[in-house]
Design a protein around this ligand. Structure first.
Ligand code: ATP
Length: 355
């Protein structure tokens, strides 16, 4: 089943009215609603089951109204009423993950950003084709166990938050791996992790120019991942295994980080290449995306993943980050999304930032 409406038909209800910033109530939704409110846009929160009670605790981030559905998969059924309300859907990690990238791509409501990106990002092979053909360094990928010549991380396809990943310090240790589904074997990169929050604006004609627009750096974080981040307390992975505990990477929170200033140049170059290649491959990404990588001791940035939407690490910076403060005080990613919508509408260019 394809999308029933054309782009123009979907966007028609937005003619001459302020877009209603709409998203599912979780992940980074408080920040998204707070940003929209700051820029004077109306908001709708889609609640699964019932509106989260803790929203009452944050009056400046509570959406103007809620629409409630039983489950994520019922969201597409709201399409008609959402279009009538002038809704623009803001994709975030849990919205796309729980509905499914394919279902999300088919929703008959305007979506902020290019929905074609979902097909490239949700498939690990296509993602690698995109990033490698952009000239971005990635961890080496082994086609089979016999090729392994160092520490590896084995990842399942579509694993959510690194669940079930297996670490092996060498080829021999990999023999203990018992697959439970399709997987890839990747070089385990030793270094420091950075999750870099970029924003690509096709509307902007100033700043760090990329494609037809410009690339902004809004923040950076590192994820707290249970239970692997506590591994050092037990000494080594073997110790964990002896204790009958498999290392996992389930994200439990985020911590703020900044990069050595001299590393910003290459980090921007990585972001720029990813955007330029996206324009060639599928008409370009729009809005927030996160480059997730590891800086090695020889200062190579190896990218293991890209998230092409707002990531939860941006929640650290509701009132601005050490980077976004140098663009505009108090600029969060949620607020930047709202600004892009306001600007696109004022310039009659909504079709360039919505799909
Ligand atoms: P999510 O969907 O939450 O981003 P995921 O299931 O797609 O997670 P990844 O983001 O690829 O999984 O990896 C999860 C974690 O595993 C990373 O945050 C990082 O800590 C670690 N990791 C991933 N790839 C590597 C690698 N090549 N070398 C070292 N550590 C890695």
């Amino acid at each position: 089943m394809g999308i029933a409406l054309s782009n123009a038909e979907r966007l028609a209800p937005l003619e001459g009215r302020r877009p209603t910033v709409t998203t599912v109530c979780s992940h980074s939704s408080l920040q998204i609603f707070h940003g929209a409110r700051t820029e004077g846009l109306p908001t709708i929160g889609i609640a699964i089951g019932k509106p989260p009670r803790f929203y009452d605790a944050f009056p400046r981030a509570r959406p103007d109204r809620f629409l409630t559905v039983e489950r994520h998969r019922n969201v597409p059924a709201l399409a008609e009423s959402l279009r009538a309300a002038g809704a623009v859907l803001i994709p975030h990690g849990s919205f796309v993950e729980y509905l499914g990238a394919e279902e999300f791509a088919r929703i008959d409501v305007p979506v902020f950003g290019n929905r074609a990106v979902l097909g490239w990002e949700s498939d690990r092979r296509k993602e690698r084709t995109w990033l490698e053909s952009a000239g971005v360094e990635m961890p080496k990928r082994y086609e089979e166990a016999a090729e392994v010549d160092g520490p590896v991380i084995v990842k399942y396809y579509g694993a959510k938050g690194g669940k079930g990943f297996f670490l092996a310090k060498n080829r021999e240790a990999l023999a203990d791996f018992r697959p439970t589904g399709p997987y890839v074997i990747q070089e385990y990169v030793l270094g420091t992790r950075y999750y870099v929050h970029f924003f690509y604006s096709p509307l902007s004609d100033r700043g760090y120019r990329v494609g037809h627009g410009s690339l902004e750096l809004l923040g950076m974080d590192r994820r707290d991942e249970a239970n692997i981040d506590e591994l050092y307390k037990l000494g080594a992975q073997e110790e964990l295994l002896k204790a009958g505990i498999r290392p996992t990477f389930v994200v439990t929170g985020n911590v703020p980080v900044v990069l050595r200033e001299s590393l910003l140049e290459k980090t921007f170059e990585v972001g720029a290449r990813i955007v330029e290649r996206s324009i060639e491959l599928f008409g370009g990404m729009v809005g927030p995306f996160c480059v997730e990588g590891i800086m090695t001791e020889d200062l190579t940035f190896k990218v293991f993943e890209i998230s092409t939407r707002i990531v939860a690490g941006t929640n650290l910076y509701v009132s601005g980050s050490p980077y976004s403060d140098m663009i505009e005080p108090g600029l969060s990613t949620g607020r930047r999304i709202a600004q892009e919508l306001v600007r696109a509408q004022a310039q009659g260019r909504l079709a360039e930032v919505l799909s």
